[in-house]
Design a protein around this ligand. Structure first.
Ligand code: ACO
Length: 430
């Protein structure tokens, strides 16, 4: 379109500029030509927390936050949750298309072959204190994997890179399960390659003393659906961390360890843990109005955990699927009594002007903790259950970044607000 441009007048100089608008964006570097004189560095854009800055072009995941839409490679998340499996979805994310039967069998086979970890990893795990947080152990052991696979540094070699991507997806459940077993003081259980990805994981976590013990199929399916829902979410905090760390061309293990640490925080993957603490604090349905009042109090510091999202200004489509899955899980495990408080919180909040005006809706974490708890996972382990599937997104985004000719090492600018140059003062003169 001829007028797909932005006209800018720099009122400091009176100069006019025509900036091209592409994909609803102007390039921030275009502003650099706007200078008051030849010495001037040029205009920059200021955007703390990247509220309005696209950092890449991506063909992986589409989100329309206002409409509550999430699609992986064009496929709506509810259809994938209903019909696909986590490994099929992983193939889709990594390769752009759904696999045929042969492709999926081959992919599943490759992942299954790589579920074992080097024996030294066990000793490494043993070095952690008995009460170490599983996410802390997971981040460290994933970073340590780079020392086992030095070839992983060849990030520009597609074959080598793909190999590490498969290894990461395959080993993440094993490492997460080991970190769980360590924190419970239980012996590690080796992967069973006859089982599906998710059944194998649940077996490594839960089996005690019965070699033929298998998790309930309904729980395997429910967790697999949760894995699908968490597989990617475009440029969220942990994925951006993976891209930024990976932009230095470090190996994908180190980059994903960066993603895990970002996910650890309570404003990101740690939110479902915070939701359960909040529901326990509320204690009873009748206390919900009082709690909501505290959240709305400007002088207080309470948030309604599991509500709000940087991108979704509508119901998070993943929360809808999880809310439905709760019933299926509770049929097997018995109802988690906190669900009644959660449903009441949602009902009251969605009618309240404070939340309506700010477009605060339940996000993926609002109900996921209830399912994890009903399945018998301790709260500290919830974020590991997020990291396992998100590994698919991290490695796929890592590859997209590394193969994108427009990308360079990530290095934002700053606005310096500190002291002007001054001379060093000797200790006795200060
Ligand atoms: N409870 C109460 N008020 C909230 C909440 C909440 N959960 N979330 C946002 N608000 C309010 C803010 O106080 C702000 O109000 P103001 O305009 O009067 O100052 C307004 O809504 C806008 O919020 P921001 O903080 O600007 O939104 P932002 O996009 O920066 O934050 C975030 C998004 C971090 C997710 C935030 O909504 C939050 O902290 N939610 C609770 C934690 C949570 O559930 N995190 C999980 C996110 S999903 C994920 O990572 C998988």
């Amino acid at each position: 379109m001829a007028n797909d441009t932005l006209s800018v007048t720099d009122n400091r100089t009176g100069k006019k500029f025509e900036l091209k608008i592409e994909n609803g964006c102007v390039r921030a570097m275009e502003f650099r030509q706007m200078k008051v004189d030849a010495e001037d560095f040029g205009l920059m854009t200021y955007d703390p927390a990247f509220l309005n800055t696209a950092n890449c072009k991506s063909a992986i995941t589409f989100i329309d936050g206002d409409k509550g839409i999430l699609e992986y490679r064009g496929y709506p998340i509810d259809q994938l949750a209903d019909k696909s499996t986590h490994l099929e979805t992983a193939y889709l994310l990594m390769n752009g298309e759904l696999p045929n039967k042969t492709q999926l069998d081959e992919f599943t086979n490759k992942i299954t072959l790589h579920t074992y970890v080097h024996e030294n990893i066990k000793q490494f795990m043993d070095g952690f204190r008995y009460d170490a947080h599983p996410m802390s152990m997971l981040a460290s052991t994933v970073a340590a994997l780079s020392s086992f696979y030095p070839e992983a540094r060849q990030v520009r070699n597609k074959e080598v890179r793909r190999h590490q991507m498969m290894r990461l997806i395959a080993k993440m459940p094993t490492l997460a399960a080991f970190s769980y077993r360590h924190s419970q003081g239980l012996p590690y259980i080796y992967p069973n390659n006859d089982l599906s990805y998710t059944e194998n994981f649940l077996t490594m976590v839960k089996s005690i003393g019965k070699p033929n013990w298998r998790p309930h199929p309904a729980l395997v399916r429910a967790l697999d659906v949760l894995f699908i829902l968490h597989a990617d979410h475009e440029q969220n905090c942990s994925t951006t961390s993976v891209r930024v760390v990976g932009s230095s061309e470090v190996d994908p293990y180190s980059a994903c360890a960066g993603g895990i640490t970002a996910l650890y925080g309570p404003l990101h993957g740690g939110a479902n843990e915070a939701v359960l603490r909040m529901l326990r604090e509320i204690g009873d349905k009748k206390n919900v109005p009082e709690f909501i009042a505290k959240v709305k109090d400007k002088d207080g510091d309470k948030k309604l955990m599991g509500f709000g999202h940087r991108v979704y200004k509508n119901y998070d489509p993943r929360a809808k699927v999880i809310k439905k899955a709760c019933d299926e899980v509770f049929e097997v495990t018995g109802k988690n009594p906190l669900i009644d408080i959660a449903v009441e919180l949602e009902r009251i909040a969605l009618q309240d002007d404070y939340f309506v005006q700010r477009k605060l809706y339940p996000n993926v974490d609002f109900y996921s903790g209830l399912i994890y708890e009903a399945m018998g996972f301790p709260m500290e382990f919830f974020t590991c259950l997020f990291a396992i599937p998100r590994t698919v997104g991290w490695v796929t985004q890592f590859e997209e970044m590394i193969t994108d000719n427009e990308q360079k090492i990530a290095r934002p600018r700053q606005i310096f607000t500190g002291s002007k140059k001054r001379d060093y003062v000797a200790m006795d003169k200060r």
